[in-house]
Ligand binder design. Structure first.
Ligand code: NAI
Length: 286
């Protein structure tokens, strides 16, 4: 497949990340289908994308007309079969191995043999996800950063069987989307989360042990280390369930106790305090 053959893209999962990925592809003229479990979630996703585009209009980065053109390229569906005409499918559902494996098994029988599959997983093994399909050479990790329309980086993760051809094509595509791809090998947490999550986890331990308040911990890292967001603020932004899932994958996959999730993080997820998306995490949101 050639880069110009990619015209239709399906994104599975319209949460925080799926929305951003859809927005970016549509902004660059691709026909994008967003698949999620319910019409309500899909309607919310489109409203979120529209709001995000409004911010670009306000900043005069795009015109109101460009916003409408972008929105017109987006279709929504609750049926995974809608992926049948796509040259590229990007999975961005919840960080759950069993759910992702099932989706790729289904996609294998829905999509033509040359369709490329990508996962936006933060930490799960690309090699294992690829093994749910008969096309592991056409399978790659495409790890976008949050918020997708703003962040330049995409970690491109090569599974054990990812072909050079697939890697080159997706690298070229990422550059076409005005992103900067970085090549990463398939290890739990890849590069970004292998380094970021232990820092966030340590910040949660510091709060748990009473070293400082959430505000104090975040202030130290913002004012002292020049981080744009404190680690607890960032955890709320990522989603505490997502943070916990990533730590568990690294803890299991790397077998080192330094990745053990802080009990406070586990308790907050059990309580449904998932961060910004649920209105409460280390901070409260309206
Ligand atoms: P989210 O919880 O905001 O959204 C997940 C979406 O998947 C929900 O809308 C849910 O309805 C949908 N979904 C679940 N099962 C489904 C199925 N069987 N079919 C279709 N849709 C289904 O999660 P978020 O944060 O967008 O994360 C998605 C993926 O992106 C995860 O793998 C996560 O690790 C990864 N990621 C998350 C980042 C973040 O900052 N939140 C950053 C980079 C990657």
């Amino acid at each position: 497949m050639n880069i110009n053959d990619i015209k239709n893209v399906t994104v599975v999962g319209g949460g925080t990340m799926g929305n951003g990925i859809v927005q970016v592809f549509a902004s660059f003229g691709y026909n994008v289908t967003l698949v999620d479990l319910s019409q309500d979630v899909l309607a919310n996703a489109v409203a979120g994308i529209s709001k995000s585009l409004d911010r670009f209009v306000k900043k005069e980065k795009i015109t109101a007309e460009q916003k409408e053109t972008t929105l017109a390229l987006i279709s929504i569906s609750t049926d995974l079969n809608s992926a049948k005409d796509s040259q590229l499918v990007i999975e961005a559902v919840s960080e759950n191995l069993a759910v992702k494996l099932k989706i790729f098994e289904q996609l294998e029988s829905i999509c033509p043999a040359d369709t490329i599959f990508a996962s936006n997983t933060s930490s799960l093994p690309i090699t294992q996800l690829a093994s749910a399909t008969n096309r592991p050479s056409q399978f790659i990790g495409m790890h976008f950063m949050n918020p997708v329309p703003m962040m330049k980086l995409i970690e491109l993760i090569r599974g054990m069987a990812t072909s050079d051809e697939t890697f080159k094509l997706i690298k070229e595509l990422s550059e076409k989307l005005n992103k900067t791809p970085v090549e990463v090998n398939d290890f739990p947490g890849f590069i970004a989360n292998r380094i970021l999550l232990p820092m966030i986890n340590e910040a949660i331990f510091a709060l748990f042990e009473g070293v400082g308040t959430a505000e104090a911990i975040d202030d130290v890292m913002k004012l002292g280390m020049g981080h744009p967001m404190g680690p607890l603020q960032l955890a709320d932004f990522i989603g505490l369930d997502v943070c916990l899932a990533i730590l568990e994958v690294m803890h299991d996959g790397l077998g080192d106790s330094k990745y053990r999730p802080c009990p406070l993080l586990k308790k907050m997820v059990q309580a449904g305090y998932l961060g910004r998306k649920s209105g409460r995490g280390f901070y409260e949101y309206n």
